[in-house]
Structure formats: structure tokens, C-alpha cells
Design a protein around this ligand. Sequence first.
Ligand SMILES: Cc1cc2nc3c(=O)[nH]c(=O)nc-3n(C[C@H](O)[C@H](O)[C@H](O)COP(=O)(O)OP(=O)(O)OC[C@H]3O[C@@H](n4cnc5c(N)ncnc54)[C@H](O)[C@@H]3O)c2cc1C
Length: 418
Amino acid sequence: MADMQVDVAIIGAGPAGVAAGIGAREAGAEDVLVLERDWDLGGILQQCIHPGFGLHAFKEELTGPEYMHRWIERAHKAGVAFLTNSMVFKMESDGSLWVMNPEKGVFHVTAKATVLAMGCRERPLGAINVPGSRPSGIFTAGTAQRFVNMEGYMPGHRTVILGSGDIGLIMARRLVWEGARVEGVFELMPWAGGLRRNIAQCLNDYGIPFYLSQTVIQVHGRDRLEGVTVAGVDEKRRPVAGTERYIACDCLLLAVGLIPENELSRMAGVDIHAATGGPVLNEFYQTSRPSIFAAGNVVIVYDLADWVSQEGVAAGRNAALYAAGILEKPVRRIEVRGGRNVRLFSPQNIVGSGDVTVYFRVLRPIEKRCRIFAEPGLFERRQRYVRPGEMNEIHLKGAALQALPETVTTITLDAEEV
Ligand SMILES: Cc1cc2nc3c(=O)[nH]c(=O)nc-3n(C[C@H](O)[C@H](O)[C@H](O)COP(=O)(O)OP(=O)(O)OC[C@H]3O[C@@H](n4cnc5c(N)ncnc54)[C@H](O)[C@@H]3O)c2cc1C
């Protein structure tokens, strides 16, 4: 196949990539191409058949596939081109792409601007050092979600879930619906990793026990999983002797975190933020390589797909403006930093003159009245709580940013009890 030349190329057709395609076309880009390695469009939301999507984007509660169907229809109407079964396996520093497709073979895509929308993947067992053998029956929660919701297989009948990320909570309920027994969800930290609404709707409503400050310390079984040993942990997350308990099970699901998928970004020399694991961005969703933009879970793990779509539209729009040579030029550079209770945030740099939305997650929950703020004196809001499982957003006024003295080169986000 001949090399392709487009205005905007987008890697990934999940919520971020589909929305970026729409944003790019609506901002005037002629040729917008989305490359997707899967055979179908929709990204992870294809397997999320539970409701909970679209409350912000459509003011309706939709399942993942219903939610994506609406965005994909809008993208087709906007004139976005899609190529499925197309794996991007290499990206150059100018954002041009090498792609493999079973029918078209290997081909090269040159774009005036490229949007990274590759999503994230789950942290596997190897990343968390649980002692014991490696029998069958141990899955990440997302793999089990795909088996049950798309392939029609049950991963097991008696399940323990390690970690309280949202996918694990959702799968606890899903397995109960399919007739399995869920022995409990075990969370290493003294607080939940997922959304409060998922604890209520997926665990409490089904009588599934939820244990904080407990973890799996041993896996048992040779060929097939036979059980796990769980134990309480102290404040340094070390198992406490005497608290061990054996639980018979044939399935262990892991919901222990998501990692932005950035092998291609690194290959292209894009700067990666140490805490988020995603590209360092400015408020235009632009990476350290000016023609490369990014949106969605490839940047920072969002709590709701609705925000991912919203950010995708904006990233696509800015990529189209860059391709047309009309993206606002930097006026000054202000670095965003996390304070004592903030680790994950995006964007990390502010360079333009307009208003900016900054997303961030706290390290520790504050269950009392608290204030979230951006220093020096740029933003303050009081709210009832902050929790690590939920994304916070703050809106900074462009005029206030521009009014900062030249000597101010950083702003700091934080959340504290009041
Ligand atoms: C396993 C899993 C289960 C999840 N379940 C839920 C859930 O139940 N509820 C919920 O609200 N959120 C869930 N999430 C979070 C969910 O990922 C986000 O809400 C949302 O899907 C993020 O959108 P995205 O477009 O950034 O990424 P994704 O939806 O992950 O889309 C990324 C797309 O990029 C494609 N891609 C990646 N690399 C390449 C490449 N090199 N070449 C071509 N294409 C590529 C992928 O195939 C994929 O289609 C889950 C996440 C994971 C990882």
C-alpha cells in the first residue's frame, strides 16, 4: 500500500480517539484518520456492558457500548475515517507512524499532527510480588471482564478480588450475577481505590465483604488455583503476623491499578511524567514534541469516560489547529506542581493566554470539609470530601494567570482539611 498523508492521525479508537477525530474535523481538518488495532471501534468500552456512562455527556445513563455507539455515529457523520485491524508499531519523533494491517501489510502514515489515544492497561501480578506458584485462575479484572462480557467464559466460580479499583468492583457484581461466589474484595490501603458509588452499588448491594488494609500474601495450587492466604497489613503495608487466613477459591482477580500505555510515545521521544506515566502536556494537550498531542487514559487515568471524551474533542481540535498552523503560540511557561496531597495531575505546563482546566487526584482521602486550591491565590473551592478514586478539576482564569508577576514560574495544587 502507498504511504498515506493526512492532516491529523489518531492512534486508538476508544472514547478519547473517537472524540479527538470529531474535534479535529469540527475544527476544519480535511483528512482525519483514526488507526485502531482491534477489529472494532470503541476501545475498552466495548466490554463495559454495565450502565454508568453518559451522565455528563448525554444527561442519560448508558452502557459502555451504547455510549460509544453515539460517539461513533457522530464521528462518521463528521467525516472521520477509521482503519481497524491496524496496529501502530512505531512512531517517529515528527509523529509519523508505521502501521501493520493484515490486508494492507505495513504502511507509513505522515500527519501534520498526531494524537495519542492508546488508553491504559492493567497492572499484572508480576508487578505486585505475591509469593507462591502461578497456577491458572489468576486474571486481571479487565481480562475477566472481556471473558465474561464478550467471549462468554467464566473465569471461576469462587473468587477473591485483590485491589478495589473500579474494574474489580464492577466485576465482583458481574460474577455474582453469573452465579459465582465472591469471597471478598481485599484492599492493601486503608481506603478504597474505586468510586464510592461502585462500593455501594457493586459490593454493599450484593453483600460482598470489603476488607481494607488487607492483602493476599500467598497463592496456593499447582496447576489450578486452590486458594489464597490473606493477612492484615500495618501502616507500612507489611503483613501483620497472626492475622493470616486461608480462603479456598479457584479464581483470583487483580484490580491493582492501571498504567498509561506509552511505548509508542517513548519511541518518539515524548517526555513522560514520572507520576502519571503519561506524556507531559500543556493545556493544548500538546506533548514535548509539538506536532504530537495526547488525550484520555494514555495521559492520566480518568474516573469517568465522559471526561475522556470531553478531553478527546479538545485535543483533536488543537491538533487540527496546529496542522493548519493556527494554534496559539506560547506566551509564557508556567509549570504546574502537585502539593503534599496531590500526585497525579494534568496538564503539567500552562503556555497560552486562555482559561485552563487542571485535573488532579489526591494521595489520601479527606473525609471532612476540605479546600482544594491553586497557589499563589489563583483558585479555591470548599467541598465535603476528596478521595483518591475520584478526579478533581479546577478552572484557572487566563486573565489571573497572565496577571501573575513574571517571577512566578510555578503554581501548586493541593487539597487540605479545613
Ligand atoms: C481493562 C479495563 C477495563 C475498564 N473497565 C471500565 C469500566 O468498567 N468502567 C469505566 O468507566 N471505565 C473502565 N475502564 C477505564 C476506561 O479505560 C476509560 O474509561 C476509557 O475507556 C478510556 O478511554 P481511552 O480512549 O483513553 O482508552 P481505551 O478505551 O483503552 O482505548 C484505547 C484504544 O487504543 C487502541 N490502541 C492502543 N494501542 C494501539 C496501537 N499501538 N495501535 C492501534 N491502536 C491502539 C486500543 O486497542 C483501544 O481501542 C477500564 C479500563 C481498562 C484498562
